[in-house]
Design a protein around this ligand. Structure first.
Ligand SMILES: [Zn+2]
Length: 386
């Protein structure tokens, strides 16, 4: 295992922009396209690390920086040897800069304010004011010890128009320089592992701003390039359009990451088709918790894939609380090879869900996360087969 980050292009789809990339980190290799389950509070709800591996996880988003600052706090994480050791995940890990959470919190100015220096928010329990700056964000991500860390950015709101998008972009570019300087002072974690730093393209829904931002991030010559903003992953039509604006200028050998994409299996297929390699989303585990289980067929069509939804389903999901599943002895998804589908029926999951039994969450998350990985596996196989 090397102690540096390295990425290379393995194969390209002949008719669209999809590709297979390989990247290596101090905790192992990843082949893309790769979905990253999110361990918001240092645990992917409700899956143990071996279950994640069995479901197909190669890399996770391990602990959101904002949440980790609030609890358990950086001292505890450092004392325990970093997040890999703390949550016992020994494969690649990415973490975020906290930018997205402070953006969400700043919608309530009593809890969080953002200015040119960074974000200032009140600890939800102690009330103590915490400053999150580019420097303190990078420092926290070093303590977390993820293999890939993110430059501190300001997420672009969709409300606010061009002025707001321009302001968030300019601030993101200034913070990028500060993030790079903080990272270069000590490129390794306290645990002796080299970290890769990704920059984030902002610019909202404006083509010229997105292109301008992409130029700045590309010129910074970082290890990978992310595309962020409130619109990404939320409005898939706009997400595809934004990727299409910047893709022509993105360097081929660098990993491309759309932040927060993965509400539905089809969303992964759509961004990979546009040339994206990695993505994260809390939706699969959140959907699972609320009883929405992915259901459809991964079908080949026009030399590419589609997640075909079924009539009577809720847009590619079955709602397991429905009485029609009470006596349904079929698995959630007929072709699914996950542990849950191979061993349990819809009737059993319906019963666990209706009676609010904790076992439900684990079995439901295993299925939803597996479906996301399965879609990635099939895309990868198809691209590799040429
Ligand atoms: Zn399944």
């Amino acid at each position: 295992m090397t102690n540096t980050f390295h990425s290379e292009l393995i194969a390209k789809h002949p008719d669209n922009h999809a590709r297979v990339m390989k990247f290596s980190t101090p905790h192992g290799e990843v082949q893309t396209p790769a979905f990253m389950p999110v361990a918001t509070r240092a645990f992917v709800n409700q899956m143990t690390p071996p279950q994640l591996v069995e479901a197909g996880s190669q890399i996770i988003l391990g602990g959101n920086t904002y949440h980790m600052l609030v609890s358990p706090g950086m001292e505890i994480i450092e004392h325990n040897g970093g997040m890999h050791e703390f949550m016992n995940w020994n494969k690649p890990m990415l973490t975020d800069s906290g930018g997205f959470q402070v953006f969400s919190l700043s919608k309530n100015s009593k809890i969080c304010k953002i200015d040119d220096k960074g974000a200032h928010f009140k600890h939800p329990i102690t009330g103590k004011v915490i400053h999150l700056t580019p420097e303190s964000s990078i420092q926290a991500q070093k303590t977390i010890g993820a293999d890939i860390i993110m430059a501190f950015d300001e997420c672009t709101p969709e409300q606010g128009g061009r002025d707001a998008a321009l302001a968030a972009m300019d601030r993101t570019h200034r913070w990028l320089q500060q993030s790079i300087e903080a990272h270069q002072q000590s490129p390794d974690t306290p645990y002796g592992k080299r970290q890769a730093l990704f920059g984030i393209i902002q610019g909202g829904s404006f083509q010229d701003l997105r292109e301008q931002s992409a130029e700045v991030i590309i010129n910074a010559d970082l290890d990978g390039i992310a595309i962020g903003g409130e619109v990404i992953g939320f409005d898939m039509e706009k997400t595809r359009e934004v990727i299409g604006w910047v893709r022509p200028i993105l360097p081929e050998q660098k990993i491309r990451y759309t932040m927060g994409v993965g509400l539905m299996p089809q969303d992964l297929i759509d961004v990979v088709e546009q040339g994206i390699d990695i993505f994260d989303c809390v939706a699969p585990t959140r959907n699972a918790r609320h009883g929405a289980l992915y259901h459809g067929k991964i079908v080949k069509t026009d030399n590419w894939l589609r997640f075909e939804t079924m009539d009577g389903d809720d847009r590619g999901r079955i709602l397991i609380k429905k009485a029609i599943y009470k006596n349904d002895d079929r698995p959630i998804m007929e072709d699914c090879s996950c542990y849950t589908c191979e061993n349990f029926s819809r009737a059993y999951l319906h019963y666990l869900f209706k009676d609010k039994l904790p076992a439900y969450h684990n079995l439901a998350s295993i299925h939803n996360v597996h479906v996301m990985h399965e879609v990635c596996t099939q895309m990868r196989e198809m691209i590799l087969a040429g």
